[in-house]
Design a protein. Structure first.
Length: 421
């Protein structure tokens, strides 16, 4: 029995060390992000870059006017940007309200190839064919609003040589429900803390699907993907070609999130299924590229690839929290059994190490989450929503399991808006 307990403790220790490595990397990014956030000052510069703003929209007659009015009120010359809306397979008045609010509207009807990726591919081809002059392409979702300095900040960054830029993608009105509040918390670490830390260390901020800016030649040289995770796949191709995404924390976009877990279901399934596909497809390529870079003595480039691989390997916060909670319960149980059954000194030491390692992993995640909320100045409603983390984690694990075992549809399904749920 003593030998069996020791073996089980060793297995538990190996699992705990893996969790500790993942959480340790997040804590490293947290420390670096704190250091950068304390010193960051937006730079001033010329507001002279010409933009085309692309907005894919499927039945967005309710929210699209908010975005178009918001863009019309930016502190940026209206002569220097054009808004193109692709009304994709719409059965409502999206095209009409788009034109009424000053956008150039392109209507697309292709039931065989629905979805944002195909719509953007089609719209980009029309843009190239038109010959419209522009320095950069902006992609915004129809349920989004942007900060007043958005184009100004992007113009400054383009002028200093940045070629692919991701804005801070946050949540609109996080006090609407606890579910939205938890989404706000998740994006505070995923869309702010991590990109800030990653780019400071020489990594890439990643593309988040919304609030993305590309120099015109980048878009011409790299075809936009039509997969369900078109932003992640495009980012992986850029990374493997040595193209790094920078992060603009001073430029903020806010998008509507479903108020209920039921409303978020299709979006969550799409994200998790795409994430698993990208992990299987690109992590081996990234690790091989990192190995080649190390052999060539190109260590900064190697870190770029390793960091991109880590972004896929680290599971979603909810999954990491669930695994850490399970590890803690098993470690506590093993510690109790070892004391009860009179395990030998090796088993006792291993049990104590596992228990305190589990405590450290959980505390590390708490520091990571609370640091992200503090950095983005989260409202009190978000902190109150944290008491619902166990419910949210259970829901996420259930969906993650369904995706893992292929129990959900692979077809694109539009995320229901709050007035449709």
């Amino acid at each position: 029995m003593v030998l069996l307990l020791s073996i089980l403790q060793i297995i538990l220790l190996l699992a705990g060390l893996l969790l500790a490595v993942l959480v340790g990397y997040l804590l490293l990014l947290t420390l670096v992000a704190w250091w950068v956030s304390k010193r960051f000052q937006p730079e001033s510069g010329p507001a002279n870059r010409r933009f085309v703003i692309l907005v894919p929209a499927h039945n967005e007659e309710r929210l699209l006017p908010d975005l178009l009015r918001n863009l019309g009120q930016l502190g940026y010359s209206k002569e220097l940007f054009t808004i193109h809306v692709v009304a994709d397979n719409c059965t409502d008045q999206t095209a009409v309200v788009g034109r009424q609010n000053g956008a150039v509207v392109h209507e697309r009807f292709d039931a065989a190839q629905p979805g944002k990726g195909y719509a953007l591919q089609w719209l980009l081809q029309r843009l190239w064919a038109s010959g419209e002059p522009h320095d950069a392409v902006v992609i915004l979702d129809a349920d989004t609003v942007v900060s007043a300095n958005f184009l100004q900040a992007m113009s400054v960054r383009l002028a200093r040589g940045e070629r692919v830029i991701q804005a801070y993608y946050a949540v609109r009105d996080p006090g609407r429900s606890w579910s939205v509040g938890l989404r706000y918390a998740a994006l505070a670490v995923l869309h702010y803390l991590r990109p800030l830390g990653r780019t400071a260390l020489g990594g890439s901020a990643g593309l988040k699907g919304n609030g993305m800016v590309f120099a015109a030649d980048v878009m011409r040289q790299n075809e936009w993907s039509a997969s369900i995770t078109e932003d992640i796949e495009f980012h992986m191709r850029l990374i493997l070609n040595g193209e790094r995404v920078t992060f603009a924390p001073e430029a903020v976009i806010e998008a509507e999130m479903p108020e209920t877990l039921a409303g978020a279901a299709s979006q969550n399934v799409r994200w998790e299924r795409g994430r698993m596909q990208m992990l299987r497809l690109y992590v081996p390529q990234l690790l091989r590229a990192a190995g080649r870079s190390v052999r060539q003595g190109r260590y900064r480039r190697a870190y770029l690839f390793i960091d991109a691989a880590m972004e896929h390997i680290i599971p979603p916060f909810s999954v990491l929290a669930a695994l850490s909670g399970l590890f803690f319960l098993l470690a506590a149980l093993a510690l109790g059994l070892t004391g009860l059954l009179g395990g030998g000194p090796t088993a006792v030491v291993l049990a104590q190490i596992n228990f305190w390692l589990a405590v450290g992993v959980i505390l590390g995640q708490a520091v990571y989450l609370l640091s992200g909320l503090r950095m983005v100045h989260a409202p009190r409603s978000v902190y109150r929503a944290l008491v619902n983390i166990p419910v949210f984690v259970t829901w996420k694990i259930w969906h993650y399991g369904r995706v893992l075992f292929g129990l959900d549809s692979h077809a694109w399904v539009r995320t229901a808006r709050n007035d449709e749920v």
